[in-house]
Design a protein around this ligand. Structure first.
Ligand SMILES: [Zn+2]
Length: 362
């Protein structure tokens, strides 16, 4: 159905029959009466911002211009939580993998290697276990968008579950590279699901998790190399990006496909805001079909970059929108709730550890 509709839109751009006199007259009237200066590219039809900069974006936002915001994020929004970025040199995850004696670094995320030798993955998982980290201002900003009924969907490449910890609900989330939130038995005939808590207990006891039903390996639902992405990643984007009026891209190099290609799915009126350390997402010459993000071109009418640290960028945006007080209140409430939950779960883990040591199982 979505493909039919986009087909209709493309025919609407070019009049259905140029000979139709009514269509011709109404077109010429539209042009004459238009208050915009119609430029040669016809951009005034799709341009929604008065000025293509942060000021223009804030003005449009405050006038209620954005109602369906899609956010797209990568590792850059979690680095201030202490989670290493896979790709940054020196501090990157792959540089710290030597101790696991892998044939090559990416083996740790390959299913075939994992089946034969799951221990390196689980010791890394223990080291990077999501529950040890706290959401950053970027995660809370996404929660704020949802509270204000502005969030259409959040697309993340991160597997750290910090969006969930910040309180973004499941139906708003597309975890493109999977999540630690659930796990499954890898036996095709079984596929028994296990909870985050079940997996956490195994990981922290240094036990390789085996299925209670069939004794096969159990793997967290993060997407390994060669595995297909979660179904939601294929079913939701066509409609989401067609409806979206503001796309906010944060903390990603936009180099990993197919995630990076999502930016091309937006409708032509959609404003795109990049909050990142550097400019990314420009179309490489090899992909002339894609227009990419288009900041410095004279024909740019909708792409805006807020360069620098993601947390700083988000805070600037929040302050310009006059939402600082509301944001701080939300962060305080969520952090309080989180620390209560964590102290309860630590107690439970302590008690269960004590119980097991009494049973002589450790
Ligand atoms: Zn099983």
């Amino acid at each position: 159905m979505s493909s039919d509709e986009s087909g209709d839109e493309s025919t609407r751009k070019n009049p259905e029959s140029p000979e139709d006199p009514v269509e011709k007259i109404s077109q010429s009237l539209e042009q004459k009466l238009s208050l915009d200066d119609t430029d040669p590219d016809g951009q005034s039809n799709v341009k929604v911002l008065e000025t293509v900069d942060l000021k223009g974006l804030i003005k449009h936002w405050k006038n209620g211009g954005f109602k369906k915001i899609v956010t797209m994020v990568g590792a850059g929004i979690s680095t201030s939580a202490g989670i290493p970025d896979f790709r940054s040199k020196g501090t990157g995850l792959y540089n710290n993998l030597q101790k696991y004696k892998l044939p090559y670094p990416t083996a740790i995320f390959e299913v075939s290697f994992f089946i034969g030798n799951p221990k390196p993955f689980f010791s890394l998982a223990k080291e990077l276990y999501p529950g040890r980290f706290k959401p950053t201002p970027c995660h809370y900003f996404i929660k704020l968008l949802n509270e204000k009924k502005l969030l259409l969907r959040h697309y993340t490449q991160n597997i750290d579950t910090l969006e969930r910890i910040a309180g973004v609900p499941d139906e708003k989330l597309v975890e493109a590279h999977g999540t630690f939130y659930t796990s499954h038995c890898i036996a095709r005939k079984c596929k028994q699901e296990y909870s985050k808590e079940w997996m956490k207990e195994k990981i922290f006891k240094d036990v390789v998790p085996k299925c209670d039903k069939c004794n096969t390996l159990v793997k967290p639902d993060i997407v390994f190399f060669g595995e297909s992405l979660p179904e939601k990643f294929y079913t939701l984007p066509p409609e989401d990006f067609k409806e979206c009026d503001l796309l906010i891209i944060m903390g990603t190099s936009l180099e990993v496909q197919p995630f990076a290609s999502l930016i091309h799915l937006v409708n032509e009126k959609c404003v795109r805001l990049l909050i990142n350390r550097e400019i990314v997402g420009k179309a490489p010459d090899a992909y002339l079909d894609y227009d990419g993000l288009n900041f410095d071109s004279p024909t740019n009418y909708r792409d805006i970059a807020l360069l620098g640290d993601c947390d700083d960028g988000v805070k600037t945006l929040i302050s310009e929108l006059g939402l600082t007080d509301e944001f701080e209140k939300l962060v305080n409430e969520q952090s309080e709730q989180l620390s209560n939950e964590q102290s309860t779960s630590e107690k439970v883990t302590d008690e269960s550890a004590k119980k097991h040591s009494h049973d002589g199982k450790l």
